[in-house]
Design a binder for this molecule. Structure first.
Ligand code: GCV
Length: 676
């Protein structure tokens, strides 16, 4: 087992609550089950570490009425007196203090609610809030808060930047202390579903649903379940063929249906609480229903029907596009693909199918418009898919805090209905469904600190916290993570927050301008290469020439992508003057001399933002150095090393992009700075 650190579960003493040592020395409950055991365990670890004193004792309280301590209980009428109209439901909890009994109460309808209540109580303590001041009633805003691993059984991770997989090594499944700690970490931020293998399901991974691996998968499943998490597996759509059992994977073929029926039954015999299947079909070379002239609804429903009797779900990805495009063809537009492929199927998917839609129409670039599918589909379950792994955002060598970006996406108004914000659509508020929420490609690996860059952990933490409570600001989440990870020192908190707070914009400043994306090295997606994807087959172009740059996606003269949005967006995106400037080049091909609202020309904007981005990284480095004495030397050095790499890379981005556009446009920098 590789060594691992405790990340945000690194509890430390908080002086404001130290007076509570004796008053929280007993935990009462008459609830039982694995989740409750873990909730109690968590309290017994956290209390001495945060408040000081001894590990609290454990008392089974029924039938006596407890006093002085913490009680974990079923939510009932008595609790309702403290909370008008609150109904905890499957995952909510209430926390309050009963002064007459000196009791801190954590009440919920379910064991999972208790577990989340315990973690919420611990967060309050970390903030220095004393139990007598606590009064919270909360249910998660997003029904599903899923994590997708792109781990392969060989042990590598597709787009992984934090070492190897901690689930697999050399085609073996690993189950150890780290598995348990991981489940604990995920529960602490409210994750309730995890897919443990890559959506690109290779031959060995196909066997995860067979007896070769299923019993070990069950062991991971049971650990997850004890932390309230459902386990999902990515499956190969052509598994019946891959296994040599049937010669087709046509979803309407009886033999295929029978194969999945039998396979699914066996999975549920072994793992009765199995979550379901995650599927990448007809995407980047993966097999799918298109081969047989069938629709994605045919494909997804066929699978869904085999697991519906057991309560399973099919998570079906919409990342379907033509990856063999000719760059000379200006009409085919990858941005259109997800909408074009799925909009006609609205209402055709079974209730236990959910479509997983990437946040933007392309592929997790630093800036993209919100996928028009969120405003288009009205009778279909949807997950918003984001990427915590920093594939295109610095690969965990750069600091890039992504919660501000995700918050912007969640707040985007699709105008699909009265409740048309993306967060209303994927929380179920808009259409009253419950199979909806978020899914994220994770950034973990077996590095000691889990996420490679210590600062990348904020994205993992922030994803979970944001899904649970979409009303928290990016700053609240960021500062909460800093406190949990680095302790309660306000100078540390301010310094680190100033480094991460606007780092998304910093990365955007020194990389590709105004929504264009893709100026990366095709090989690994790291570092600048302006023409890296320009003459390729992937549908990823900037179309720069001596006059200007950008893609015309208008309806009038371009690919028509702007027309996939509801009004007023389609009209706003149609014209350069009304397109939000940060997306200008995503929607329009513009002259270098076009003036932005700042009064600057586009070319000057490119030069200025690239110089600014580098300066911002220099400021991050100075800030980090200013708190050196207060940071664990190991962590300090790890971050310092990565900041130096980030600076070097930001300079590389600046110089390559600026030089490219100076040469292309022949227009000099007004400020006369060095461009090569
Ligand atoms: C898992 C991008 C990534 C691929 C990934 C794919 C996807 O294209 O580069 O590595 O494959 O997205 O989301 O399926």
């Amino acid at each position: 087992m590789t060594k691992f650190e405790k990340c945000w579960l690194n509890y430390s003493l908080v002086s404001e609550v130290s007076g509570w040592k004796d008053k929280l020395s007993c935990i009462f409950t008459n609830l039982d089950g694995k989740c409750i055991e873990n909730a109690v365990k968590e309290l017994r670890v956290a209390i001495p570490e945060i408040i000081g004193g001894n590990t609290p004792g454990m008392c089974i309280c029924a039938p006596c009425v407890p006093s002085e301590g913490i009680v974990l209980k079923k939510y009932d009428k008595e609790d309702a007196e403290y909370y008008d109209d609150f109904c905890p439901g499957d995952e909510g909890y209430a926390i309050y203090y009963k002064t007459d009994k000196s009791l801190l109460v954590i009440a919920a309808d379910t064991d999972r609610g208790i577990l989340y209540g315990v973690f919420a109580f611990i967060r309050q303590l970390q903030k220095g809030i004393t139990p007598d001041k606590m009064k919270i009633a909360e249910s998660p805003k997003m029904p599903f808060r899923m994590i997708d691993h792109w781990d392969n059984m060989y042990g590598d991770i597709e787009r992984g930047y934090s070492g190897n997989s901690f689930f697999y090594e050399n085609y073996r499944i690993i189950i150890d202390d780290r598995t348990v700690f991981y489940a604990r970490m995920m529960a602490s931020i409210g994750i309730n579903a995890i897919a443990i293998n890559n959506v690109n399901v290779h031959q060995t991974e196909t066997l995860l649903i067979t007896d070769k691996y299923l019993y070990e998968v069950k062991r991971i499943n049971d650990i997850f379940a004890s932390y309230g998490i459902k386990l999902y597996l990515s499956v190969n759509y052509a598994a019946p063929v891959e296994m040599g059992d049937v010669d087709v994977s046509d979803p309407l073929d009886e033999r295929v249906i029978k194969w999945w029926e039998k396979t699914s039954k066996h999975i549920y015999d072994v793992i009765p609480n199995f979550g379901g299947y995650l599927v990448k079909a007809d995407s980047e070379g993966r097999p799918g229903p298109f081969t047989y002239g069938r629709t994605h609804a045919d494909g997804a429903n066929m699978l869904a029907r085999q697991i519906a009797p057991y309560g399973g779900n099919v998570v079906w990805r919409c990342f379907v596009y033509n990856c063999r495009q000719d760059w000379r063809d200006h009409k085919t537009d990858r941005a259109r693909a997800a909408y074009d492929n799925f909009i006609g199927l609205d209402g055709e998917f079974d209730d236990n199918v959910v479509l997983q839609i990437k946040n933007g129409p392309m592929d997790f670039q630093i800036r993209e418009p919100v996928s028009p599918l969120f405003g288009g589909l009205k009778k279909t379950n949807m997950f918003l898919e984001v990427q915590i792994a920093q594939e295109y955002t610095g690969q965990q060598r750069h600091i890039c805090y992504l919660v501000p970006m995700w918050k912007e996406i969640l707040e985007f108004n699709t105008y699909a209905s009265e409740n048309g914000l993306v967060k209303d659509i994927v929380s179920g508020k808009a259409y009253g469904n419950t199979l909806c929420g978020l899914a994220a490609v994770t950034n973990t690996g077996n590095d000691a600190n889990w996420t490679g860059h210590d600062m990348a952990a904020v994205n993992l933490y922030g994803y979970g916290r944001m899904c649970f409570d979409t009303e928290l600001s990016a700053e609240e989440i960021g500062r909460e993570w800093i406190r949990a990870t680095f302790g309660n020192d306000i100078e540390i908190n301010d310094a680190i927050y100033s480094m991460i707070g606007t780092s998304w914009h910093t990365y955007e400043n020194y990389s590709s301008p105004l929504g264009i994306g893709w100026m990366v090295n095709p090989a690994g997606h790291y570092g600048p290469n302006v023409d890296g994807y320009e003459y390729d087959r992937w549908g990823t172009y900037h179309r720069s020439d001596c006059k200007g740059l950008g893609i015309d996606r208008s309806v009038a003269t371009g690919t028509g992508y702007a027309g996939q949005y509801n009004e007023p967006w389609s009209s706003l995106y149609e014209r350069p003057e009304t397109t939000p400037e940060e997306l200008l080049l995503f929607f329009h091909h513009m002259d270098y001399t076009y003036k932005l609202s700042s009064g600057k020309t586009i070319i000057q904007h490119i030069y200025d933002t690239h110089f600014k981005g580098v300066e911002e990284v220099e400021t991050m480095i100075n800030t980090w150095n200013s708190i050196k004495e207060k940071i664990d030397p190991n962590v300090f050095n790890r971050v310092a090393d990565r900041l130096n790499i980030q600076l070097e890379s930001a300079i590389d981005w600046r110089d390559r992009v600026n030089t490219y556009y100076l040469r292309m446009s022949g227009i000099a920098d007004e400020k006369g700075r060095t461009i090569y």
